[in-house]
Every structure is written in structure tokens, then in C-alpha cells.
Design a protein around this ligand. Structure first.
Ligand SMILES: [Zn+2]
Length: 251
């Protein structure tokens, strides 16, 4: 069976992990968005060999920085199988937290990724300039991934020239996403990841339903079509990239 790694999901229930395993998903990076979800991700990783966790503060929750930061740092330091910092960045579409708070939380997490030499997992929505400016001022961590990359070729080029990896979600399967597919097509093989972002963003043919990691092969197939490669090729390169990016073997 073709083997995939879900580089970004928020899945917590054992049933959907099992369905994904049956569909060929060999590992899961379960991403924290605040202290509570980061703790739960670490706990889930402790009981499933194939689950890994990140610890971070989503831009929506950036206004919790002062309240949660010390505990988040402690969790990132001591949590076994913590393989990344984030998701972190800017969301200027919703702006649930004020922009200045988002900037402060992102800067702190860029610094933490450097300090712990962990991958930085970026969420960026309607915020390319702010995101790149923050990266340029904090320095791009050695391993940095744009989760659910939604840009076109210019944004892909800007991220790639900074050494970042692009992770594609089910949005790449949507009919209108030609510019995103063009970005997937120009992404070098060693900078490519696939993810579900479950329970959000179900791929075609499951649009509108709750997403789950079992649908990752549909994402992979859409990325493969955009790149004019086979699904097996995309599975092989993205599995190798995720393994290296998140250090999945070493831990
Ligand atoms: Zn996410």
C-alpha cells in the first residue's frame, strides 16, 4: 500500500487514526493551537507510536501569549515526541487576536524554534507581507514549513527562497485553485509536504464534510496531478520529507 504522512492535522480520536492507518497513513503530526490542544497532542503522541505533536499558539489565540507562554515553553522542552513549534503566524482574514498580539506571539515562537532547533509550523492567511517580514526579522528557522500553503507562484517563490517547505492541503483539489496548483508544480521535490489539516478542509470528493487523515491520499493525488507525477512518487517524496523535517525516525 502507498504510504503517506499527514504533516498537519488536529485529529484526536482513535477511530479516525485507525481509518487513516487503513488508508496508508503511516504517521501523524498533531498540531497544537494553544496550551490545551498542545497538551492533548503531546498526550496523544505518548500513547500512539505513529503520532507526533507540536506545541504552539495559533494566531487566533495570540492574545493568550502572556497567560500561556511559560507553560507552552515548558511543554515544548520536556514533551516527548514534540517535533515542532506552532502553528504560529498571522491570520489577518479573521484577526481574532489583534495584529500586534499576533506579531508578538509569532516572534516569540520563531525565537523558540531557533532555541530548541525545532521546525516552525506557520499559519499565514491574508498576511504574506507580515509573515515574511517577521521571518526576515527573526531569522528563518533551519526547518520551517508553511502549513496549508494557499499562495500562488510569487508567494511560493518568496517562501522557497527563504528555505521554507510548502505543505499542501485539500484546497489543492478544489476546481478553482489553479494558481495554487501552479505553486505545487514549481515546488522542488525536497520542499514538498502533504497534510489534511483535519477536521478542516476536506478534499474533493469529501468537500463540506468533516475532514479526517484517512482522506490524505486524495490530497496526495491532487498534488500529484498538479505536478504531473504519480501518486506513488508524491507519497514517496513527501513521506521522506516529513520524516526528515520532523525527525520522525530519530525520536
Ligand atoms: Zn492547523
Amino acid at each position: 500500500m502507498t504510504r503517506w504522512i499527514d504533516a498537519h492535522c488536529h485529529t484526536e480520536d482513535a477511530g479516525s487514526l485507525d481509518r487513516a492507518r487503513a488508508a496508508g497513513v503511516a504517521a501523524f503530526v498533531v498540531v497544537g493551537c494553544d496550551l490545551e490542544t498542545s497538551r492533548r497532542a503531546v498526550e496523544l503522541a505518548a500513547v500512539h507510536d505513529d503520532v507526533y505533536a507540536t506545541v504552539g499558539l495559533h494566531p487566533h489565540e495570540a492574545n493568550r501569549l502572556d497567560a500561556e507562554w511559560d507553560a507552552l515553553v515548558a511543554l515544548a522542552r520536556q514533551g516527548t515526541k514534540v517535533v515542532g513549534v506552532g502553528e504560529a503566524g498571522f491570520d489577518l482574514f479573521y484577526e481574532h487576536s489583534p495584529r500586534e498580539e499576533q506579531a508578538r506571539a509569532f516572534a516569540a515562537q520563531i525565537e523558540l524554534a531557533h532555541e530548541l532547533d525545532l521546525p516552525l509550523v506557520i499559519h499565514s492567511r491574508d498576511a504574506w507581507d507580515a509573515t515574511f517580514a517577521a521571518l526576515d526579522s527573526g531569522g528563518v528557522p533551519r526547518r520551517t514549513v508553511f502549513h496549508c500553503f494557499t499562495g500562488g507562484r510569487p508567494e511560493a517563490a518568496a517562501a522557497l527562497e527563504r528555505g521554507c517547505t510548502l505543505s499542501f492541503s485539500g484546497i489543492v483539489s478544489v476546481k478553482t485553485a489553479d494558481e495554487l496548483r501552479a505553486a505545487a508544480a514549481i515546488t522542488p521535490a525536497d520542499r514538498l509536504l502533504v497534510e489534511t489539516d483535519a477536521p478542516y478542509l476536506a478534499p474533493v470528493p469529501h468537500r463540506g464534510k468533516p475532514n479526517e487523515p484517512a482522506f490524505l491520499p486524495y490530497v496526495g493525488a491532487a498534488v500529484a496531478a498538479a505536478r504531473d507525477e504519480s501518486a506513488e512518487t508524491v507519497a514517496a517524496i513527501t513521506t521522506a520529507n516529513a520524516t526528515e523535517m520532523f525527525g520522525l525516525v530519530a525520536r
